[in-house]
Design a protein around this ligand. Structure first.
Ligand SMILES: [Fe+2]
Length: 464
């Protein structure tokens, strides 16, 4: 009897691991169901030493990867406004870059001294050491510049979204750190979740930056802004959106002729990466609309075959959380994405993982009623990766049945890797936190839309 019961339970478990439905696969992997809890503030401490630089992070500092913006905070006084850097093995030739320094107030909070230094004209594919601080409180880090931009240059990006600062966030970060392949992070918005606290307690922006330093000081994070960066609190006098984010996270937006750090582009290895803002105006004639229209004309697939877009609020997802919130931006921009054969769109916002088929929904006119997504080989794959582990917990409420545009979905925390191999192929994998890094929760060989626009095959069911 016990054996029969065991067999029945086993059969149930096997059937419930992945259940194909109307569309692709909805994985019912046994995931964490307990609420996410923020790490205690006191556990995210400042480094030792008087006025020691903290919250160190880097991002790309120009359009092609020869620049790095180094950012750090000194808590008590401005301290040294220079970053010193040198090539590994060449400490005879140390150089310095000067930082701009600012502070800001938010409600009853006053920030430390926030420094941003742009290092320019670095050599490609070279490891540099850099140092910030002075006296007894200098801290040393390193980074490696990317190879020169070119069509067959391999490069591996990590992809993380909606990270926050919980025990789960820490696990996501450590999980990503444990993979030696990642060279830079594509971050799809929602950083600290400081706005979860009364008066958006901006000390939680500080603690978040201390948490991510162990990766973000060594690899550039390419930033996109999410709704938790808006920090709009008019009842407490905070009427300028994105104030903490813009003070703390500088990006090289002017290098792509953008007028705002919230939308811009960079080229890195074989990728042209466009960052958009879901929470800035994007209607016709707005600065973001005009910029994107021009930006697409600058993309050269012979130089950068891979065209990747980061934006926070997904255009296609099938979770009941935030469903359709990206719709108005989709209506404005989707025809351009199909016309320009964008390879992949990474989004966050929904705290689950989902990958779409290549689909578009651009036939609709107000009178024709054609409002169903269709398979389209010129369309991007849409990946929702807002599963970094923040305090709001998992979005574990998918629409049922799974729509045909959804290839794979699972409500687990994790991160992804995108390994660009050459101009035609890229290997993509998603890694859930509960597994070791070797285990792949979802994967796909991407075929480049410009150079090799063949149909990719995944294990997901094909559309009906
Ligand atoms: Fe969000």
């Amino acid at each position: 009897m016990a054996v029969v019961s065991f067999m029945l339970v086993l059969a149930f478990l096997i059937l419930s691991i992945a259940s194909p439905s109307n569309g692709g696969i909805t994985s019912s992997y046994v995931r964490k169901t307990a609420a996410s809890v923020d790490l205690p503030f006191d556990s995210l401490t400042s480094p030792p030493g008087y006025n020691a630089p903290e919250q160190v992070h880097i991002t790309q500092g120009d359009h092609v990867g020869r620049g790095v913006i180094v950012s750090w905070v000194t808590p008590l006084e401005p301290g040294s406004k220079f970053v010193t850097y040198w090539k590994v093995g060449d400490d005879e030739h140390k150089k310095q870059a000067h930082a701009s320094t600012n502070t800001y107030k938010f409600a009853n909070y006053t920030s430390g001294f926030i420094h941003h230094a742009t290092i320019k004209n670095l050599e490609y594919n070279t490891k540099y050491i850099y140092e910030v601080g002075n006296n007894n409180a200098t801290r040393r880090f390193f980074f490696t510049t990317p190879p020169e931009v070119g069509p067959d240059v391999p490069y591996t990006f990590g992809v993380i979204g909606d990270l926050g600062q919980t025990y789960d966030s820490k696990q996501t970060l450590e999980h990503y750190n444990s993979n030696p392949k990642g060279q830079a992070v594509l971050f799809v918005g929602d950083l600290s979740y400081a706005d979860h606290y009364p008066l958006h307690d901006n000390r939680r922006w500080d603690s978040w930056a201390r948490l991510v330093e162990k990766n973000a000081a060594y690899q550039p994070w390419i930033w996109a802004a999410g709704n938790h960066e808006i920090d709009f609190l008019p009842e407490n006098g905070e009427t300028v959106p994105f104030k903490p984010f813009k003070h703390r996270y500088h990006v090289p937006y002017k290098a792509s002729q953008s007028t705002s750090p919230l939308w811009y582009s960079v080229k890195r290895a074989s990728a042209h990466i466009i960052v958009l803002s879901s929470y800035s105006a994007y209607g016709k004639y707005t600065p973001q609309y005009n910029w994107l229209e021009t930006e697409f004309t600058k993309v050269n697939r012979s130089e950068t075959p891979w065209l990747i877009v980061l934006l926070h609020s997904p255009w296609y997802n099938s979770d009941n959380y935030h469903f359709m919130e990206g719709e108005s931006m989709r209506v404005m921009f989707e025809p351009w994405f199909v016309q320009n054969k964008v390879d992949i769109v990474f989004s966050g916002h929904v705290h689950a993982y989902e990958r779409s088929e290549r689909i578009s929904n651009i036939a609709y006119k107000v009178s024709n009623g054609q409002c169903t997504p269709v398979l389209d080989p010129s369309a991007p794959v849409y990946i929702t990766i807002g599963d970094g582990g923040n305090i709001e917990g998992l979005a574990n409420n998918f629409t049922d049945p799974q729509p045909s545009y959804s290839a794979f979905r699972e409500a687990s925390f994790g991160h992804a890797l995108l390994e660009l191999k050459n101009r035609t192929h890229a290997y993509y994998s998603w890694h859930r936190n509960q597994d070791s890094e070797r285990v792949v929760g979802d994967s796909l060989w991407f075929y480049n839309r410009h150079w090799y626009p063949q149909k990719e095959s995944s294990d997901a069911a094909t559309m009906a």
